[in-house]
Write a protein that binds this ligand. Structure first.
Ligand code: ATP
Ligand code: MG
Length: 308
């Protein structure tokens, strides 16, 4: 089963308990019960966490998420409490830390799509629907969809694929009212972010949000069941960002993510057989550099300034 080529060791920080090692982020809890999310430079492709890191990726994506949380707070409050690096943490944690409100996470990846591509293409070609929603005829890979569609998926463990699920399944899992709230919030967030990104030269083809509910402890009435936007938001790891000026349905799009990595791994040059159980090899320097440039470029386009 795919997974980590090299399993990362959690850091030992006084007062922090290590909770989880994700593909990209590590999660700790502090003595106040807050979550400390630390974004590493790890990169995954084809369900493998690669043996090579992309320098500064974790910092770039942390900054970008924070930028988005501020712009989306009027639609859904974000889980961010601060970006304070805990005392005694390794120096390399600087710029990678998000201190978050601990939430009861919705067990679903809330995906919104405004463009037809990826895992839903097959369903469209077969039934002219995505997630059961009927679409016009004649759409191509990369075409804009007339309305934003919510296509939830279940969260998979490291090394496993996320799976698309129906809206009804989500309603059964979390309750009808909650499912409607997740869908409505996901679509509203996507639409707003899509418009911001488009102005800045990026097509937000689709994205994945994660939400959670405050777990009690609220002091104000109604605070207990508030829905918060969690995890990372609108980064190239959780979204498809395309270059607006090069967008052309019917072919693969120029995309601000790990396309270079996927292409190289698939090329004979890498010598790697994706269908085998062998771990992927180290990435060559030029692939690392080009990938890093794409993350920086997405950051620059969206925020309007260079990454410091
Ligand atoms: P991947 O996203 O690569 O599939 P992963 O989801 O296991 O892997 P990460 O995304 O790297 O791991 O780690 C972040 C984890 O923290 C996720 O499991 C996410 O659901 C969880 N999380 C994010 N924000 C909160 C929060 N505010 N409260 C509780 N859990 C959270
Ligand atoms: Mg995750």
């Amino acid at each position: 089963m795919p997974g980590f080529v090299t399993v990362p060791e959690p850091a030992e920080v006084p007062g922090l308990v290590h909770l989880h090692t994700g593909k990209v982020r590590d999660l700790y809890r502090n003595e106040a019960g807050e979550l400390i999310m630390v974004a590493s430079d790890r990169v995954s492709a084809f369900d493998w966490v690669l043996p090579t890191v992309i320098p500064d990726k974790g910092r770039i994506l942390t900054e970008l998420s924070l930028w988005w949380f501020e712009r989306l707070a009027h639609i859904a409050p974000g889980h961010v409490l601060s970006t304070d690096v805990p005392a005694g943490a390794p120096a390399e944690w600087a710029g990678r830390v998000t201190v978050c409100r601990p939430l009861r996470m919705a067990p679903v990846e809330c995906v919104a799509r405004g463009y037809l591509t990826g895992s839903v293409l097959e369903e469209y070609r077969r039934d002219r629907t995505i997630c059961g929603v009927m679409l016009p005829e004649g759409l191509q890979d990369g075409s804009e969809i007339p309305t934003t569609i919510f296509t939830p998926s279940t969260k998979a463990d490291v090394g496993e694929h996320d799976e698309n699920v129906t809206y009804e399944e989500i309603a059964r899992k979390v309750g009808a009212g909650e499912a409607a709230q997740l869908r409505q919030t996901t679509v509203a967030l996507y639409n707003h972010a899509r418009d911001i990104a488009r102005e800045r030269g990026i097509i937000l083809a689709d994205t994945k949000f994660e939400f959670g509910w405050a777990q009690g402890g609220g002091t104000q009435e109604g605070e207990d069941d508030a829905l918060y936007l969690a995890d990372e938001v609108l980064t190239p790891d959780s979204s498809r960002f395309w270059a607006r000026d090069e967008w052309q349905p019917g072919r693969a799009q120029f995309s601000y993510d790990k396309q270079f990595i996927r292409d190289w791994l698939n090329s004979p040059e890498s010598g790697w057989d994706r269908s085998s159980d062998t771990p992927p090899p180290e990435l060559p320097e030029n692939i690392v550099a080009q990938t890093r440039e794409r993350y920086l470029e997405a950051y620059r386009l969206l925020t309007g300034h260079d990454f410091a």
